[in-house]
Design a protein around this ligand. Structure first.
Ligand SMILES: [Zn+2]
Ligand SMILES: [Zn+2]
Length: 660
């Protein structure tokens, strides 16, 4: 079969899989999917470029598949919570089980241990052991619909279950028991090994399906019955559960690593930013070191932009209400807008975005097609009123610095402009070794009423975006229904060094604001032609990007970006003069060096340089003064020995290249 034919064959298989996914026919899906995966690897990936219709089917498949895989894992996790309750009943017969759902990392179950022993963390291993022992006999899990009288009788000593049963009965839903025990038999409360009140969502053959699963009991915490602090405090036992051992180990290692890298912790240790009670939560204050970081990042983006013909603009941080009424933000951003009243009683607002202001720069005069596109860039803060409960670190703030840009262009220039911005995105993220994939955020033709503009314009612009993705051989996928109300987007996702994915840069096409502000250019025929706008932020926001970057690099910034690039440490009093002269030379070469004199012990100063994650330090002792050869020691322990001039050349070059 030729590759293209194979491609269509695979797509036809896909239809069957989708149907089975929708019907949740798990076994049928697994069979078809395995076959499909084989074919996919053989042909599809290499030879088949899908058209629009195929792409839609593929993206539907991906969505359903993710949901199903997640659902399966949820069933596994929830089944484990039953198993935990069963083990607890064996070991603590007085315990009253309440509720035990699946969660993102495993499961938990809440118990009331009143009237007897309560497990301590040291007992978790014993309980886990019991779970493994019981699991062997859990050949099946079976559902039974019972009457409320039966249910109340069975749980007569458990006020929590009684409350739930009464609630379910009131709501009119069937009351269902789930029995665990031998297979082949019809399980009832009499012959089952364990019975729980439950709505369902389990695996059917626990002893088989949980064989490969990796689980462990994690910790004990307190939790109020039904989350209400006026209720009894219960004991919650958490378990971790993943599809296999590797996944569990990866989760635990990454969790450990993520804790070490937490940008809130490192930001403090590296003295990059701070918060003040007086200024308020969500309003980060950037220290001298943190400001260097911001400035270096922004300078880099600006250099990249300049190459592509961007010019800087600057706008005030407030505006009259009228601007946002016209743009539609007064209504759309109503809750997030910081409003300002003037002494004359006029309403102003702090800007939540820059686009409306920028349109007014474009609109200042008529533009001929020869002057198009106009590319405005500005790194500036915007302000959004978030609920204070949601604030924490740099990932959610009220003052957001955007490296924003707006391109005002003709429809036929969209592709080229997107490509230019994509180049900048690629350059920035590859500088830090992030792996990028991109979501083509398209409209959903089934709900056209959610979008502005006509179908043809949408079709054309989405086609252009997809062509770019294919031409660039990008790792992309389609997100149907992910478009903004005013146009399709490219949303970039960066995978960091510990495997987490973050949404970062975005390029958005906007057919709405030009309409609202009546923006146009004069075309070749001398007629007025409606233009489009492209919004693009490369870092997204400096705050979020910095947080991601700190954690990605574990605070070890490359030389060009590090707030302190190098420390000069004289070993003893006698070496101070020479070291100071060296420091002066470095400073003259625009290297951000620091001189630490002998006021503190030598060991202490070396340790401090490591804690501060300074990329390099140079110690000056008798040997260095005698030979003129400097030892440049990197934070990872590597040593480079060069004379002063070569050292300077080495550092300057490395900074210029922005190498990692
Ligand atoms: Zn259940
Ligand atoms: Zn914008």
């Amino acid at each position: 079969m030729g590759p293209r034919k194979a491609g269509f064959f695979i797509i036809s298989q896909l239809d069957t899989i989708i149907k089975n996914l929708e019907l949740k026919q798990t076994d049928a899906v697994r069979g078809a999917q395995t076959k499909w995966n084989e074919l996919y690897e053989q042909y599809y990936e290499r030879h088949f470029v899908p058209g629009n219709k195929e792409m839609r089917r593929l993206s539907k498949f991906c969505i359903l598949n993710t949901i199903m895989n997640k659902e399966e894992l949820n069933h596994i996790r929830h089944t484990l919570s039953h198993l935990l309750a069963s083990a607890i009943r064996e070991l603590y017969p007085h315990a009253k089980p309440t509720l035990g759902p699946a969660i993102d990392t495993g499961f938990y179950y809440d118990f009331d241990f009143d009237g007897g022993d309560k497990p301590a963390p040291k007992d978790l291993q014993k309980i886990e052991q019991k779970m493994r022992e019981l699991l062997k006999k859990w050949e099946s899990m079976q559902r039974e619909v019972v009457t409320d009288t039966q249910a109340l009788a069975f749980f007569k000593n458990n006020p929590y279950k009684i409350e739930m049963i009464t609630d379910i009965a009131k709501g009119g839903s069937p009351i269902t028991f789930y029995h665990s025990g031998a297979s082949g038999d019809t399980l009832t409360t009499e012959n089952a090994l364990f019975t729980d009140l439950c709505e369902g969502g389990h695996v059917e053959t626990p002893n088989k399906e949980l064989r490969e699963v990796a689980f462990k009991l994690d910790r004990i915490a307190g939790a109020y019955w039904r989350g209400d602090e006026n209720n009894t405090m219960l004991t919650r036992i958490y378990g971790l559960a993943f599809e296999n051992k590797d996944a569990l180990v990866t989760y635990e290692t990454n969790l450990e690593e993520a804790k070490k890298r937490d940008h809130r912790k490192l930001g403090k240790e590296l003295d990059l930013f701070t918060f003040s009670e007086l200024v308020g939560p969500g309003l980060p204050l950037w220290t001298p070191r943190g400001s260097i970081l911001r400035h270096e990042l922004d300078t880099y983006i600006w250099e990249l932009r300049k190459k592509h013909g961007y010019t800087r603009v600057a706008i005030p941080h407030i505006t009259k209400k009228d601007l946002y009424v016209t743009s539609g933000h007064w209504e759309k951003f109503a809750d997030e807008l910081f409003k300002v009243a003037t002494r004359e009683g006029k309403e102003y607002a702090l800007k939540p975005m820059n686009c409306p202001h920028h349109t007014q720069i474009f609109a200042r005069k008529p533009h001929s097609y020869r002057e198009m596109p106009q590319r405005y860039a500005e790194t500036t803060m915007v302000y959004r009123d978030e609920q204070s409960g949601e604030l924490g670190g740099l990932t959610r703030v009220l003052s957001i610095t955007q490296d924003d840009s707006h391109v005002f262009c003709r429809s036929n220039q969209v592709k080229e402009e997107f490509n230019k911005i994509w180049d900048i995105v690629d350059t920035l993220y590859s500088t830090f070794n992030f792996k990028l994939r991109v979501r083509l955020s398209f409209h959903d033709p089934m709900t056209m009423e959610k979008y502005l503009g006509d179908t043809k314009v949408w079709g054309n612009s989405e086609k252009a975006l997809k062509e770019i993705a294919i031409e660039r051989k990008a790792d992309y996928f389609e997100g149907i229904g992910e478009a903004a109300m005013y146009g399709p987007k490219l949303d970039f996702m960066a995978t960091d060094s510990i495997g987490r994915e973050h949404q970062v840069a975005t390029i958005q096409l906007d057919m709405n604001l030009p309409e609202r502000f009546d923006l146009s250019c004069i075309n070749e025929q001398g007629e007025s032609e409606r233009i489009v706008m492209i919004h693009a932020a490369i870092m997204g926001s400096i705050e979020r990007f910095t947080a991601v970057l700190i954690e990605h690099l574990a605070g070890n910034f490359p030389l060009w970006l590090a707030p302190i690039q190098l420390r000069v440490l004289p070993i003893a009093e006698a070496h101070q003069k020479y070291a100071k002269e060296l420091f002066d030379k470095l400073a003259q070469s625009q290297i951000r060096a620091e001189f630490r004199d002998t006021g503190e012990s030598f060991g202490k100063r070396v340790r401090a340089s490591k804690v501060d994650k300074v990329p390099y330090f140079i110690c000056i002792g008798d040997k260095e003064i005698e030979t003129g050869i400097l030892r440049l020691e990197a934070h990872d322990g590597t040593v480079i020995e060069k004379n002063i001039d070569d050292t300077l050349a080495f550092l300057t070059e490395k900074i210029k290249e922005r190498s990692l």
